[in-house]
Write a protein that binds this ligand. Structure first.
Ligand code: ATP
Length: 359
């Protein structure tokens, strides 16, 4: 297997900068997901690694070789696209074997590898069929199979599941993770879907405006977002973000946003007077706040029952709040309640730079 290293990778389209000096080391056999909103530069990054987009500046090491100026076909990478890009006039077997045929691999070897990959992906019965007769999920498996059969140094995935319906997407997510364990391949996967990123990646790379915002294991990024962008982007329902002013009192800090005032201990991460954004994950907003919590009055505006969990949308004297609590059958729209979040669960960000503040 092969490591990948991006160094100062940059792409400009005219005066617009799509990828801005990206540095990233991917270990051999690692599953890394580039995640970010539309236009954050993920696809351009992937296409540069694949050799489908010329690099403006920087290096792309695949193993020890800088491939930035090497032709796509000589990079030993295989890419799976959102549109499956199957050849409509070929059978599934011919689609799977096509790249090997181009490489003049002997026919019996092609057959052996095609059969093996079809078995791994559970599409053996589909081998004689044409793509248009297959379901979306089956077509996606064929597209995956075409990459696997080549046994590339690096797999590149560009939103490969986004054309599937929600249920199939979840199933394919699990299959891809299992496939990764089985193949132990280096995989770079692009998605705008943070749930996909969180559930599949060894490490996620959060991108915004062409720049890497944070790199880390999914839960590490979830627990410790380095800036307000990552805090708001990762997690569903999204983190409650409250922008306001902190004032130091003698024995505490007072945070004010709209008509809402919260007390924070002097030791809190937000211990800077001035403009800050406080962040609280919905699961840390409690309807039975402990003594060690910042509390406030709220009114229930909407109750969403998800089965095991209940999501509460609330209005307050300041911005609205979302809470994610264990199933609750009694809470109703219009109820007035007191909610709170433990001080240690309230993150703080600088209002200007968006950077995380720590005590
Ligand atoms: P999406 O999820 O929508 O594909 P993305 O994060 O993958 O978004 P990119 O497709 O990499 O983002 O685009 C990054 C920026 O580069 C965007 O502002 C986009 O408009 C611009 N861009 C991408 N390709 C081109 C191109 N061929 N010509 C001009 N601008 C481009």
């Amino acid at each position: 297997m092969t490591a990948v290293r991006l160094q100062g990778l940059t792409k400009r389209f005219g005066s617009a900068i799509a990828v801005d000096s990206v540095d990233l080391s991917i270990e051999s056999g690692e599953f890394v997901v580039l995640v970010g909103p539309s236009g954050s530069g993920k696809t351009t990054c992937l296409r540069m690694i694949a050799g489908l987009e010329a690099v403006t500046s920087g290096s792309i090491f695949i193993g020890d070789r800088d491939v930035a100026n090497i032709h796509a076909k000589d990079r030993d990478v295989a890419m799976v696209f959102q549109s499956y890009a199957l050849y409509p006039h070929m059978t599934v077997a011919e689609n799977l074997g096509f790249a090997l045929k181009l490489r003049k691999i002997p026919l019996d070897e092609i057959q052996r590898r095609v059969n093996e990959v079809a078995k791994i992906l559970g599409i053996t019965p589909e081998l004689p069929r044409k793509p248009k007769t297959l379901s979306g999920g089956q077509q996606q498996r064929v597209a995956l199979g075409r990459a696997i059969v080549r046994d590339p140094a690096v797999f590149l995935f560009d939103e490969p599941l986004s054309n599937l319906d929600a249920k199939l997407r979840v199933a394919m997510r699990v299959e891809l993770v299992k496939l990764h364990h089985r193949l132990e391949g280096t995989m770079i996967y692009v998605t705008h879907d943070q749930v996909e990123a969180m559930t599949m990646a060894d490490r996620i790379v959060v991108m915004h405006e062409g720049r890497i915002q944070q790199i880390g294991a999914p839960l590490a990024v979830y627990d410790n977002p380095e800036n307000v962008f990552v805090a708001g982007f990762i997690g569903s329902p999204t983190m409650n973000l409250l922008s306001g002013e902190l004032k130091r009192r003698s024995d505490r800090f007072s945070f004010k946003t709209g008509d809402l005032e919260l007390d924070l201990p002097l030791s809190h991460d937000a211990a800077h007077s001035g403009s800050v954004t406080l962040g609280v994950r919905p699961e840390f907003v409690s309807i039975q706040p402990s003594d060690d919590a910042a509390t406030l009055d709220a009114r229930i505006e909407a109750v969403e029952h998800l089965g095991a969990e209940t999501i509460l949308e609330m209005s307050t004297a300041g911005p609205p709040l979302t809470a994610r609590i264990a199933r609750n059958d009694s809470i109703r729209h219009g109820d007035s309640i007191r909610v709170g979040a433990e001080h240690s669960k309230i993150l703080a960000f600088d209002a200007d730079s968006g950077k995380r503040l720590r005590a």
